[in-house]
Unconditional design. Structure first.
Length: 152
């Protein structure tokens, strides 16, 4: 009769250590996953930087046609404007989503209506950070009726 086969023995006679083999397999698998993740992150970073570089060059072209005359950066020059934009772009990005118009003033004699209009205009000028030397000219564009004739 042939001897029974030992399931815990290798072909060469050494005992099979299943835990050590499982550990080697898991370590190899983990190293492969880490290498794949590192390569993916590297490729993604290159793609994002490439798109940002292309976006910046497109922004520079479109920026020249859309200059804000009320911006404080206009006096700093074009060279510093790009640095300023890069530093504060993330901070002010949410503000660009709001379209706010100054309310019109028709020259009403009611004091309460005038005060409401003044408060609304002051809040808007503060929020949009309009320079003080531009505020009067901007607000004067919203005078209508009696207020416009009085201003002229």
């Amino acid at each position: 009769m042939a001897p029974k086969r030992n399931p815990h023995a290798r072909q060469d006679g050494e005992p099979l250590n299943e835990w050590a083999e499982l550990r080697r397999t898991l370590v190899t698998m983990q190293e492969n996953i880490q290498a794949t993740i590192a390569n993916s992150i590297h490729e993604l970073t290159e793609t994002v930087l490439h798109h940002q570089f292309q976006g910046d060059s497109e922004d520079d072209v479109s920026e020249q046609s859309h200059v804000n005359p009320f911006s404080q950066n206009r006096a700093r020059g074009h060279r510093n404007h790009k640095e300023f934009r890069d530093n504060e772009q993330e901070d002010r990005r949410w503000e660009s989503g709001f379209r706010l118009d100054l309310p019109e003033f028709h020259g009403s004699v009611r004091g309460e209506e005038l005060l409401d209009w003044l408060v609304a205009v002051e809040e808007l000028l503060e929020f949009k950070q309009v320079p003080p030397d531009r505020q009067v000219a901007l607000v004067a564009t919203k005078f209508r009726g009696r207020a416009a004739s009085w201003w002229l």
